[in-house]
Ligand binder design. Structure first.
Ligand code: A8S
Length: 186
């Protein structure tokens, strides 16, 4: 990888940023999304630990305990109806504005995701001659009681896929607004 963050393969990034130590009763997975928007726009959404509803389609409300945002902060996330849960308590474990890495651990709530921990990392890339962003999200979780490893993984992968598609859509809209503003100033 060179100085400006470009270069490096998906496999290298997964190795560098997405190490999970997997026990027998756990499963983990890695998902990748390529977004047609510059990294700073995507990161502005991902780093907003207190406002996941900016792009996560299932979130209806989010409150951070204590108000201040720092490592160890816990957010209470309410999700929309139709899901097998209503609320989740999630702790900010890492927010790296230089490497663009966010790590979050679920610490409570009425959902069935025990010992869930996720990592999101962003990497600049050129897509069709323009600034784009590769998003890598990985998770580890206990296999839910009464479910198989495949069922547990499939459920979470489906939710994360929705989040990533929505992140892509919202980021690309911000990118268009950015361009529109520059055109208006010409
Ligand atoms: C995230 C990832 C996940 C969120 C899951 C997997 C969740 O918010 C939803 C349904 C559930 O059953 C569990 O980064 C929980 O948001 C949408 C409430 C935690």
């Amino acid at each position: 990888m060179n100085g400006d963050g470009y270069g490096g393969s998906e496999e290298e990034f997964v190795k560098r940023y997405h190490e999970h130590v997997l026990a027998d009763h756990q499963c983990s997975s890695v998902l990748v999304e390529h977004i047609n928007a510059p990294l700073h726009l995507v990161w502005s959404l991902v780093r907003s630990f207190d406002q996941p509803q900016k792009y996560k389609p299932f979130v209806s409300r989010c409150v951070v305990q204590g108000g201040d945002l720092e490592i160890g902060s816990v957010r209470e996330v309410d999700v929309k109806s139709g899901l097998p849960a209503t609320t989740s308590m999630e702790e900010l474990e890492l927010l790296d504005d230089k490497e663009h890495v966010l790590r979050v651990k679920f610490v409570g709530g009425d959902h069935r995701l025990k010992n869930y921990s996720s990592i999101v990392s962003l990497h600049p890339e050129i897509i069709g001659g323009r600034s784009g962003t590769m998003v890598i999200e990985s998770f580890i979780v206990d296999i839910a009681d009464g479910n198989t490893k495949e069922e547990t993984c499939y459920f979470i992968e489906s939710l994360i896929n929705c989040n990533l598609k929505s992140l892509s859509c919202v980021s690309e809209r911000l990118a268009v607004e950015d361009i529109a503003e520059r055109i208006a100033q010409m």
